[in-house]
Every structure is written in C-alpha cells, then in structure tokens.
Design a protein around this ligand. Sequence first.
Ligand SMILES: [Zn+2]
Ligand SMILES: [Zn+2]
Length: 266
Amino acid sequence: MSLPADYHMHTPLCRHATGEPGEYAARAVALGLPEIGFSDHSPMPQDNFDSWRMNLDKLDEYVAKVRRAQKDFPQLTIRLALEADYLPGYEAWIRDLAARHPWDYFIGSVHYVSDDWAVDDPQKVSEWKHRDARQVWSVYLERLAMAAETGLFEIIGHADLPKKFGHGPPPDCAPLCAKFLNAAKKSGCAIELNTAGLRKNCHEIYPSREILQLAFRTGVPITFGSDAHAPEEVGMNFVEAVRLAQEAGYRQCCRFARHKRQFVPI
Ligand SMILES: [Zn+2]
Ligand SMILES: [Zn+2]
C-alpha cells in the first residue's frame, strides 16, 4: 500500500510540540511518504489567547523553517499550511492570516466551544464535569458547520474532537452532523482522517467510522493527518486510516498546492 500525504503536523513554535521541521521531514522520507504539510496552530490577534499556539511575531520564523525544510528535502513535497482555530467572529482575522503568506491550505479546526474553553485541553479536562455533553456537542457541530460555510478552509480538522476524553456524541446529534457535512460538501471543503485520536483516551481515529461513512455518502472529500507533535508521530497509523477510508467507500483523497485541489488514488 502506498501511503497518502500527511497534512497535519506541528512545530515547537506552538509551544507544545518537539522536533524541528527537518526531523519531521526525515521521518516522512524514512516511511516513504510522498508528501507532508506543516499545519501549526495559528496565532490569534492577542498572544495571550492561550498557551498552545505560536505568537504572531513567530509567524515569519515558522514560514522560514518550513521553507528551510523544503530546501533540505528536495525529494519530498512539503506544503506550507496552518491549523487555524475557528470561532465565530474570527473570520476577518483568518482572512488577514491567509493574506500574509502563499499558503497551500488551511485546516479549520474547532477546539473552542466558548471563548475560554477548548474541549481537548488536557489542562481543563475537569471542565467536562461541569458541562452538559449534549450541549457541548451541539455547539461544537454548529461551529463546524459555520467553519465549513466560511469557505476559508480547504480542510476541516478532527471533525469529532469532543470524543477525545471519552465523551462520545449523543445519538440525537446526528442531524447536526449531517448539517455540517452538507455544508462541507457545498463549500468544497474536505475533512481529514486524523490518527491522533488513536493515541488519546477515545482510541479512535477522528472522525468515527459512522461519520466517515456519512461523509462519503454526502460527497465530502478527505485528507489524512497524523497531527504529529513529535517527529516519530509522522504518518502514524496511516495503514489503518487508509483501510478505514476504503471501507467507508473512498478511493481517492486530495492534495493542495496554493489552495488548488487535486485528487489522488488511495
Ligand atoms: Zn487541532
Ligand atoms: Zn493539530
């Protein structure tokens, strides 16, 4: 099986990843990956927004690091991207970021269901005790649909992230999930198979088999991402992810160059 591109990986500039881009690239070459993309956590307009993203004054350094890896690894296609947080009201900021560099793609991710709580934050996992899981999932899926509708993102990241610590989606959230996937289809946005979920309490790829099957029936394209925060995580569990995609019906995935989409067989 030839492996697909790994489009989701971080750098130490986000303050919670280790290893330089060159080390991630070397790992990708060793695994025989054809292509990777760096998609570090985007800066927010205010640097103290949280503690797990790059500050705005690091953005140029980030781009320079990725460019350096591109030069050092000419045998590997390396894309320049960002994982941008989607919160309602931040559309203009994301557009501002998009205009700053010649990005290949943006992953739009919803981590925040309110201005001060990211559902996947390990420092704030106790917050789940005070929240109604159904309410969290509703807001999360509504925000995913909004993110897809903006047209600002080529890919929507880890589409069922609230399951990370074991809080699966309530069954009555299915219509909201369908609403999100229809929005993705309409705006031509892909979703990713993100293997980081296998390394978390949920022990499952994001998104679940059920969501992926519905995505296929809806006509939403896919990409693959390890969400690597260390070089050894590059391409992790990709054989399993490709198998899951194929079982859901997929025969191709997408790649992006300067926001232009191309389909490749899997
Ligand atoms: Zn994320
Ligand atoms: Zn990520």
